[in-house]
Ligand binder design. Structure first.
Ligand code: AMP
Length: 431
Protein backbone atom coordinates (compact mmCIF):
# COMPACT_ATOMS: atom_id res chain seq x y z
CA UNK A 1 0.00 0.00 0.00
CA UNK A 2 1.16 3.55 -0.75
CA UNK A 3 -0.07 6.88 0.61
CA UNK A 4 -1.57 7.56 -2.85
CA UNK A 5 -3.88 4.55 -2.35
CA UNK A 6 -5.34 6.27 0.71
CA UNK A 7 -6.65 9.12 -1.47
CA UNK A 8 -5.59 11.81 0.95
CA UNK A 9 -5.72 15.50 0.18
CA UNK A 10 -2.84 16.72 -1.99
CA UNK A 11 -1.69 19.16 0.71
CA UNK A 12 -1.05 16.20 2.99
CA UNK A 13 0.57 13.81 0.48
CA UNK A 14 2.93 16.65 -0.44
CA UNK A 15 4.16 16.85 3.17
CA UNK A 16 4.57 13.08 3.38
CA UNK A 17 6.77 13.16 0.30
CA UNK A 18 8.84 15.98 1.77
CA UNK A 19 9.18 14.00 5.01
CA UNK A 20 10.42 11.01 2.99
CA UNK A 21 7.60 8.76 4.14
CA UNK A 22 7.74 6.10 1.45
CA UNK A 23 4.85 3.92 2.61
CA UNK A 24 2.36 3.85 5.46
CA UNK A 25 3.49 1.80 8.48
CA UNK A 26 1.31 -1.23 9.42
CA UNK A 27 -0.74 0.73 11.97
CA UNK A 28 -1.27 3.49 9.39
CA UNK A 29 -2.31 0.98 6.72
CA UNK A 30 -4.91 -0.46 9.04
CA UNK A 31 -6.12 2.60 10.93
CA UNK A 32 -6.22 5.39 8.32
CA UNK A 33 -8.96 3.85 6.10
CA UNK A 34 -11.09 3.06 9.18
CA UNK A 35 -10.77 6.60 10.53
CA UNK A 36 -11.48 8.10 7.09
CA UNK A 37 -14.70 6.05 7.03
CA UNK A 38 -15.62 7.70 10.34
CA UNK A 39 -15.67 4.55 12.46
CA UNK A 40 -14.63 4.49 16.09
CA UNK A 41 -11.32 2.74 16.55
CA UNK A 42 -9.30 0.93 19.20
CA UNK A 43 -5.64 0.74 18.21
CA UNK A 44 -3.21 -1.47 20.08
CA UNK A 45 0.12 0.11 19.21
CA UNK A 46 3.00 1.73 21.02
CA UNK A 47 5.21 4.70 20.22
CA UNK A 48 7.60 4.06 17.38
CA UNK A 49 4.99 2.36 15.19
CA UNK A 50 3.84 5.57 13.52
CA UNK A 51 0.61 5.70 15.51
CA UNK A 52 0.56 9.51 15.82
CA UNK A 53 0.44 9.91 12.05
CA UNK A 54 -2.12 7.08 11.95
CA UNK A 55 -4.65 9.37 13.62
CA UNK A 56 -3.26 12.85 12.78
CA UNK A 57 -3.32 12.31 8.99
CA UNK A 58 -6.99 11.23 8.63
CA UNK A 59 -8.10 13.87 11.14
CA UNK A 60 -6.35 16.60 9.13
CA UNK A 61 -7.83 15.17 5.96
CA UNK A 62 -11.30 15.50 7.51
CA UNK A 63 -10.66 19.00 8.82
CA UNK A 64 -9.17 20.45 5.63
CA UNK A 65 -12.43 21.33 3.82
CA UNK A 66 -14.19 22.30 7.06
CA UNK A 67 -11.56 24.67 8.37
CA UNK A 68 -11.52 26.54 5.07
CA UNK A 69 -9.82 29.92 4.85
CA UNK A 70 -7.57 31.47 7.47
CA UNK A 71 -10.23 34.00 8.45
CA UNK A 72 -13.01 31.53 9.20
CA UNK A 73 -13.97 31.42 12.91
CA UNK A 74 -12.24 28.56 14.70
CA UNK A 75 -13.86 26.12 17.13
CA UNK A 76 -12.37 23.02 18.77
CA UNK A 77 -13.16 20.14 16.40
CA UNK A 78 -10.50 17.71 17.58
CA UNK A 79 -9.43 16.93 21.13
CA UNK A 80 -6.43 14.69 21.77
CA UNK A 81 -5.86 13.54 25.36
CA UNK A 82 -2.30 12.55 26.25
CA UNK A 83 -0.88 11.44 29.61
CA UNK A 84 2.25 13.63 29.62
CA UNK A 85 3.31 17.08 28.51
CA UNK A 86 6.12 15.60 26.45
CA UNK A 87 3.78 13.35 24.51
CA UNK A 88 1.36 16.28 24.07
CA UNK A 89 4.19 18.28 22.48
CA UNK A 90 5.16 15.40 20.19
CA UNK A 91 1.56 15.16 19.01
CA UNK A 92 1.43 18.92 18.41
CA UNK A 93 4.63 18.64 16.34
CA UNK A 94 2.99 15.93 14.23
CA UNK A 95 -0.18 17.97 13.59
CA UNK A 96 1.95 21.03 12.76
CA UNK A 97 4.12 18.99 10.40
CA UNK A 98 1.43 17.09 8.50
CA UNK A 99 -0.85 20.15 8.46
CA UNK A 100 1.76 22.67 7.36
CA UNK A 101 -0.01 23.36 4.04
CA UNK A 102 -3.42 23.70 5.67
CA UNK A 103 -5.13 26.39 7.73
CA UNK A 104 -5.66 24.19 10.77
CA UNK A 105 -4.45 25.52 14.08
CA UNK A 106 -3.32 23.14 16.83
CA UNK A 107 -2.19 23.90 20.36
CA UNK A 108 -1.32 22.13 23.61
CA UNK A 109 -2.46 22.71 27.15
CA UNK A 110 -1.07 21.03 30.27
CA UNK A 111 -0.75 21.69 33.96
CA UNK A 112 2.20 22.89 36.01
CA UNK A 113 2.54 26.15 34.08
CA UNK A 114 0.68 29.47 34.10
CA UNK A 115 -2.72 29.04 32.47
CA UNK A 116 -3.02 32.62 31.15
CA UNK A 117 -1.00 32.22 27.91
CA UNK A 118 -2.90 28.99 27.20
CA UNK A 119 -6.27 30.67 27.79
CA UNK A 120 -5.32 33.62 25.57
CA UNK A 121 -4.36 31.26 22.77
CA UNK A 122 -7.61 29.31 23.10
CA UNK A 123 -9.52 32.62 22.86
CA UNK A 124 -7.77 33.36 19.55
CA UNK A 125 -9.37 30.17 18.18
CA UNK A 126 -8.10 26.63 17.76
CA UNK A 127 -9.17 23.61 15.66
CA UNK A 128 -7.11 20.89 17.33
CA UNK A 129 -6.58 20.91 21.08
CA UNK A 130 -4.03 18.53 22.60
CA UNK A 131 -4.33 18.30 26.35
CA UNK A 132 -3.37 16.48 29.50
CA UNK A 133 -6.60 15.56 31.34
CA UNK A 134 -6.21 17.67 34.52
CA UNK A 135 -5.64 21.03 32.81
CA UNK A 136 -8.39 20.33 30.27
CA UNK A 137 -10.95 19.74 33.03
CA UNK A 138 -9.71 22.75 34.93
CA UNK A 139 -10.03 25.16 32.01
CA UNK A 140 -13.36 23.63 30.99
CA UNK A 141 -14.70 24.24 34.49
CA UNK A 142 -13.60 27.85 34.23
CA UNK A 143 -15.57 28.17 31.00
CA UNK A 144 -12.66 28.64 28.62
CA UNK A 145 -13.22 25.48 26.59
CA UNK A 146 -16.19 24.71 24.40
CA UNK A 147 -16.37 21.08 23.30
CA UNK A 148 -19.80 21.30 21.68
CA UNK A 149 -18.40 21.33 18.13
CA UNK A 150 -16.08 18.38 18.66
CA UNK A 151 -15.91 15.75 15.95
CA UNK A 152 -12.80 13.72 16.84
CA UNK A 153 -11.81 12.63 20.32
CA UNK A 154 -8.46 10.82 20.54
CA UNK A 155 -7.35 9.10 23.73
CA UNK A 156 -3.65 8.39 23.31
CA UNK A 157 -1.58 6.00 25.45
CA UNK A 158 -4.68 5.01 27.40
CA UNK A 159 -2.78 2.43 29.47
CA UNK A 160 -0.45 5.17 30.70
CA UNK A 161 -3.46 7.32 31.63
CA UNK A 162 -4.60 4.38 33.72
CA UNK A 163 -1.17 3.88 35.34
CA UNK A 164 -0.90 7.56 36.14
CA UNK A 165 -4.36 7.68 37.74
CA UNK A 166 -6.03 9.82 35.03
CA UNK A 167 -8.71 7.37 33.99
CA UNK A 168 -11.56 9.00 35.93
CA UNK A 169 -10.62 12.39 34.52
CA UNK A 170 -10.70 10.85 31.03
CA UNK A 171 -14.20 9.49 31.69
CA UNK A 172 -15.36 12.91 32.91
CA UNK A 173 -13.97 14.53 29.76
CA UNK A 174 -15.65 12.01 27.45
CA UNK A 175 -18.97 12.89 29.08
CA UNK A 176 -18.41 16.56 28.19
CA UNK A 177 -18.17 15.80 24.46
CA UNK A 178 -21.05 15.42 21.98
CA UNK A 179 -22.54 11.92 21.53
CA UNK A 180 -22.06 12.00 17.77
CA UNK A 181 -18.28 12.33 18.06
CA UNK A 182 -15.83 9.86 16.49
CA UNK A 183 -13.64 8.31 19.20
CA UNK A 184 -10.16 6.87 18.64
CA UNK A 185 -8.42 5.08 21.48
CA UNK A 186 -4.77 4.04 21.34
CA UNK A 187 -2.95 1.96 23.91
CA UNK A 188 0.27 -0.08 23.97
CA UNK A 189 -1.37 -2.73 26.14
CA UNK A 190 -5.03 -3.56 26.71
CA UNK A 191 -5.65 -4.10 30.43
CA UNK A 192 -9.25 -4.88 31.46
CA UNK A 193 -9.91 -1.27 32.55
CA UNK A 194 -9.06 0.01 29.07
CA UNK A 195 -11.23 -2.61 27.37
CA UNK A 196 -14.08 -1.56 29.68
CA UNK A 197 -13.50 2.10 28.79
CA UNK A 198 -13.77 1.20 25.10
CA UNK A 199 -16.93 -0.86 25.70
CA UNK A 200 -18.53 1.98 27.63
CA UNK A 201 -17.71 4.94 25.39
CA UNK A 202 -16.93 3.79 21.85
CA UNK A 203 -19.59 2.94 19.27
CA UNK A 204 -19.01 -0.38 17.49
CA UNK A 205 -15.28 0.25 17.35
CA UNK A 206 -13.02 -1.49 14.85
CA UNK A 207 -9.94 -3.04 16.41
CA UNK A 208 -6.45 -2.87 14.97
CA UNK A 209 -3.28 -4.15 16.51
CA UNK A 210 0.40 -4.02 15.55
CA UNK A 211 3.68 -5.29 16.94
CA UNK A 212 2.69 -6.81 20.23
CA UNK A 213 4.98 -5.62 22.97
CA UNK A 214 7.16 -8.75 22.98
CA UNK A 215 7.95 -8.72 19.26
CA UNK A 216 9.20 -5.10 19.17
CA UNK A 217 12.19 -6.30 21.16
CA UNK A 218 13.24 -8.58 18.33
CA UNK A 219 14.10 -5.63 16.09
CA UNK A 220 16.60 -4.01 18.44
CA UNK A 221 20.14 -5.30 18.99
CA UNK A 222 20.52 -5.98 22.68
CA UNK A 223 23.26 -6.89 25.09
CA UNK A 224 23.65 -7.03 28.82
CA UNK A 225 26.54 -6.44 31.22
CA UNK A 226 26.33 -8.44 34.44
CA UNK A 227 27.87 -5.72 36.53
CA UNK A 228 28.57 -5.01 40.16
CA UNK A 229 25.97 -2.40 41.21
CA UNK A 230 28.64 -0.14 42.76
CA UNK A 231 30.52 -0.12 39.42
CA UNK A 232 27.64 0.88 37.12
CA UNK A 233 28.72 4.51 36.83
CA UNK A 234 32.28 3.44 36.01
CA UNK A 235 30.99 1.08 33.34
CA UNK A 236 28.83 3.84 31.85
CA UNK A 237 31.77 6.24 31.71
CA UNK A 238 33.95 3.47 30.25
CA UNK A 239 31.45 2.78 27.45
CA UNK A 240 30.96 6.46 26.68
CA UNK A 241 34.68 7.20 26.59
CA UNK A 242 36.37 4.02 25.38
CA UNK A 243 33.71 2.81 22.96
CA UNK A 244 33.01 6.39 21.83
CA UNK A 245 29.28 5.99 22.31
CA UNK A 246 27.32 9.24 22.21
CA UNK A 247 23.75 10.40 21.62
CA UNK A 248 22.56 8.02 24.32
CA UNK A 249 19.35 7.87 26.27
CA UNK A 250 20.12 6.41 29.71
CA UNK A 251 17.23 5.08 31.75
CA UNK A 252 17.31 5.09 35.54
CA UNK A 253 14.62 4.15 38.03
CA UNK A 254 14.66 7.21 40.29
CA UNK A 255 15.13 10.94 39.87
CA UNK A 256 17.88 10.94 42.51
CA UNK A 257 19.69 8.32 40.54
CA UNK A 258 19.27 10.44 37.38
CA UNK A 259 20.85 13.46 39.07
CA UNK A 260 23.69 11.36 40.51
CA UNK A 261 24.53 9.78 37.16
CA UNK A 262 24.55 13.20 35.48
CA UNK A 263 26.88 14.54 38.20
CA UNK A 264 29.30 11.64 37.67
CA UNK A 265 29.28 12.10 33.89
CA UNK A 266 29.86 15.85 34.10
CA UNK A 267 32.81 15.24 36.45
CA UNK A 268 34.27 13.17 33.63
CA UNK A 269 33.64 15.92 31.10
CA UNK A 270 30.79 14.14 29.38
CA UNK A 271 27.94 16.47 28.47
CA UNK A 272 24.82 15.14 30.15
CA UNK A 273 21.48 16.36 31.52
CA UNK A 274 18.69 14.74 33.47
CA UNK A 275 15.01 14.76 32.61
CA UNK A 276 12.57 13.80 35.37
CA UNK A 277 9.49 14.87 37.26
CA UNK A 278 11.24 17.50 39.40
CA UNK A 279 12.41 19.50 36.40
CA UNK A 280 10.24 22.37 35.20
CA UNK A 281 8.55 22.02 31.85
CA UNK A 282 10.78 24.74 30.38
CA UNK A 283 13.90 22.92 31.61
CA UNK A 284 12.70 19.60 30.17
CA UNK A 285 11.97 21.06 26.75
CA UNK A 286 15.32 22.90 26.71
CA UNK A 287 17.22 19.71 27.60
CA UNK A 288 15.31 17.70 25.01
CA UNK A 289 16.09 20.31 22.40
CA UNK A 290 19.78 20.31 23.28
CA UNK A 291 19.87 16.53 23.09
CA UNK A 292 18.14 16.49 19.72
CA UNK A 293 20.59 19.10 18.44
CA UNK A 294 23.50 17.04 19.82
CA UNK A 295 24.66 19.80 22.18
CA UNK A 296 24.56 17.22 24.96
CA UNK A 297 25.52 13.63 24.31
CA UNK A 298 23.74 11.86 27.17
CA UNK A 299 20.18 12.27 28.35
CA UNK A 300 19.43 10.55 31.65
CA UNK A 301 15.73 9.94 32.14
CA UNK A 302 13.22 8.23 34.40
CA UNK A 303 10.57 6.14 32.67
CA UNK A 304 7.73 8.58 33.24
CA UNK A 305 9.70 11.57 31.98
CA UNK A 306 10.86 9.60 28.94
CA UNK A 307 7.33 8.59 27.95
CA UNK A 308 6.48 10.02 24.59
CA UNK A 309 9.97 11.31 23.87
CA UNK A 310 10.34 10.84 20.16
CA UNK A 311 13.84 11.32 18.89
CA UNK A 312 14.52 10.16 15.37
CA UNK A 313 17.55 7.96 14.73
CA UNK A 314 18.39 7.42 18.39
CA UNK A 315 21.28 4.95 18.16
CA UNK A 316 21.68 3.89 21.81
CA UNK A 317 19.56 3.19 24.84
CA UNK A 318 21.25 2.20 28.08
CA UNK A 319 19.30 0.66 30.92
CA UNK A 320 21.33 1.78 33.92
CA UNK A 321 18.75 0.08 36.14
CA UNK A 322 16.77 -2.99 35.18
CA UNK A 323 13.04 -2.22 35.42
CA UNK A 324 11.03 -4.52 37.67
CA UNK A 325 8.13 -4.48 35.21
CA UNK A 326 9.33 -6.32 32.08
CA UNK A 327 7.03 -4.39 29.72
CA UNK A 328 8.88 -1.22 30.76
CA UNK A 329 12.05 -2.73 29.30
CA UNK A 330 10.35 -3.15 25.94
CA UNK A 331 9.05 0.43 26.05
CA UNK A 332 12.54 1.68 26.88
CA UNK A 333 14.35 -0.15 24.10
CA UNK A 334 11.58 0.84 21.68
CA UNK A 335 13.18 4.32 21.77
CA UNK A 336 15.93 3.05 19.51
CA UNK A 337 15.78 1.26 16.18
CA UNK A 338 12.74 3.24 15.08
CA UNK A 339 11.24 3.29 11.61
CA UNK A 340 13.68 0.66 10.37
CA UNK A 341 16.86 2.20 11.79
CA UNK A 342 19.55 0.15 13.51
CA UNK A 343 19.57 0.50 17.27
CA UNK A 344 21.47 -0.91 20.21
CA UNK A 345 20.11 -1.38 23.72
CA UNK A 346 22.66 -2.03 26.46
CA UNK A 347 21.56 -3.10 29.93
CA UNK A 348 23.44 -3.04 33.24
CA UNK A 349 22.19 -5.87 35.42
CA UNK A 350 23.28 -5.97 39.06
CA UNK A 351 23.23 -9.15 41.18
CA UNK A 352 20.03 -7.97 42.85
CA UNK A 353 18.34 -7.42 39.47
CA UNK A 354 18.87 -10.89 37.99
CA UNK A 355 15.27 -11.89 38.82
CA UNK A 356 13.96 -8.89 36.91
CA UNK A 357 16.27 -9.73 34.02
CA UNK A 358 14.90 -13.28 33.83
CA UNK A 359 11.36 -11.88 33.68
CA UNK A 360 12.42 -9.68 30.74
CA UNK A 361 13.92 -12.62 28.86
CA UNK A 362 10.73 -14.56 29.48
CA UNK A 363 8.51 -11.77 28.13
CA UNK A 364 10.65 -11.07 25.07
CA UNK A 365 11.23 -14.79 24.49
CA UNK A 366 14.91 -14.04 23.93
CA UNK A 367 18.19 -14.87 25.53
CA UNK A 368 20.02 -11.60 25.40
CA UNK A 369 23.76 -11.69 24.76
CA UNK A 370 25.86 -11.29 27.92
CA UNK A 371 29.00 -9.23 27.21
CA UNK A 372 32.08 -11.26 28.16
CA UNK A 373 34.63 -8.47 27.71
CA UNK A 374 33.41 -6.71 30.84
CA UNK A 375 35.79 -4.65 32.98
CA UNK A 376 33.37 -4.59 35.96
CA UNK A 377 31.95 -8.09 36.51
CA UNK A 378 30.25 -9.35 39.69
CA UNK A 379 32.77 -9.42 42.56
CA UNK A 380 33.02 -9.53 46.34
CA UNK A 381 32.52 -6.24 48.22
CA UNK A 382 35.64 -4.34 49.27
CA UNK A 383 36.08 -3.61 53.02
CA UNK A 384 35.15 0.04 52.32
CA UNK A 385 31.92 -0.94 50.58
CA UNK A 386 31.04 -3.31 53.41
CA UNK A 387 31.44 -0.49 55.94
CA UNK A 388 29.39 1.87 53.78
CA UNK A 389 26.64 -0.75 53.50
CA UNK A 390 26.63 -1.26 57.27
CA UNK A 391 26.30 2.49 57.76
CA UNK A 392 23.44 2.58 55.29
CA UNK A 393 21.69 -0.17 57.21
CA UNK A 394 22.13 1.72 60.47
CA UNK A 395 20.92 4.93 58.86
CA UNK A 396 18.19 3.91 56.39
CA UNK A 397 16.98 7.52 55.97
CA UNK A 398 20.20 8.41 54.24
CA UNK A 399 19.79 5.43 51.94
CA UNK A 400 16.36 6.63 50.85
CA UNK A 401 17.79 9.76 49.32
CA UNK A 402 19.64 7.65 46.81
CA UNK A 403 18.67 4.80 44.60
CA UNK A 404 15.85 2.47 45.50
CA UNK A 405 17.35 -0.45 47.40
CA UNK A 406 16.25 -3.45 45.34
CA UNK A 407 17.02 -6.38 47.65
CA UNK A 408 16.71 -9.97 46.47
CA UNK A 409 13.56 -10.58 48.49
CA UNK A 410 12.15 -7.41 47.04
CA UNK A 411 12.97 -8.60 43.55
CA UNK A 412 11.26 -11.92 44.14
CA UNK A 413 8.20 -10.29 45.56
CA UNK A 414 7.86 -7.90 42.64
CA UNK A 415 8.29 -10.58 40.05
CA UNK A 416 5.73 -12.82 41.72
CA UNK A 417 3.16 -10.19 42.52
CA UNK A 418 0.80 -8.57 40.04
CA UNK A 419 3.03 -6.57 37.73
CA UNK A 420 0.73 -3.61 37.25
CA UNK A 421 0.45 -3.19 41.01
CA UNK A 422 4.22 -3.26 41.36
CA UNK A 423 4.48 -0.69 38.63
CA UNK A 424 1.93 1.60 40.21
CA UNK A 425 3.57 1.46 43.62
CA UNK A 426 6.94 2.02 42.08
CA UNK A 427 5.78 5.05 40.14
CA UNK A 428 4.03 6.66 43.08
CA UNK A 429 7.01 6.37 45.34
CA UNK A 430 9.98 6.83 43.14
CA UNK A 431 9.38 8.89 40.02
P1 AMP B 1 5.12 7.48 16.52
O1 AMP B 1 4.88 6.01 16.66
O2 AMP B 1 3.90 8.21 16.18
O3 AMP B 1 5.82 8.01 17.76
O4 AMP B 1 6.15 7.68 15.29
C1 AMP B 1 7.46 7.23 15.30
C2 AMP B 1 8.34 7.90 14.26
O5 AMP B 1 8.09 7.34 12.96
C3 AMP B 1 8.15 9.40 14.12
O6 AMP B 1 9.43 9.98 14.15
C4 AMP B 1 7.53 9.62 12.76
O7 AMP B 1 7.99 10.80 12.18
C5 AMP B 1 8.00 8.40 12.00
N1 AMP B 1 7.03 7.94 10.98
C6 AMP B 1 5.69 7.88 11.11
N2 AMP B 1 5.12 7.37 10.01
C7 AMP B 1 6.12 7.10 9.15
C8 AMP B 1 6.18 6.57 7.82
N3 AMP B 1 5.07 6.18 7.18
N4 AMP B 1 7.39 6.43 7.24
C9 AMP B 1 8.51 6.80 7.91
N5 AMP B 1 8.54 7.31 9.14
C10 AMP B 1 7.36 7.46 9.77
Amino acid sequence: MTFEDLKLHRNITEVLKEENYVAPTPIQQQAIPIILEEHDLVGCAQTGTGKTAAFAIPILNYLHPIVGSKNKRKVIRTLVLAPTRELAHQILDSFDTYGRYMNTKAMVIYGGVNQVPQVNKIKEGVDILIATPGRLLDLHKQGFIDLNHLHHLVIDEADQMLDMGFINDVKKIIKLTPDNRQTLLFSATMPAAIRELADQFLKKPKFVSVTPVSSTAEKVNQKVYMVQKEDKRKLLIHLLQEEKISNVLVFVRTKHSADNVVKALKKNEITAEAIHGDKSQTARLRVLDEFKNKKISVLVATDIAARGIDIDLLPYVINFDIPNVPETYVHRIGRTGRAGNEGLAISFCGKDEVTYWKDIEKLTRQQIKVVKDNPFPFREYTEEEKTAKQNDRRNPKKQNTGQKPAGTSNAKKASNSKKSDASKKNKKRWY
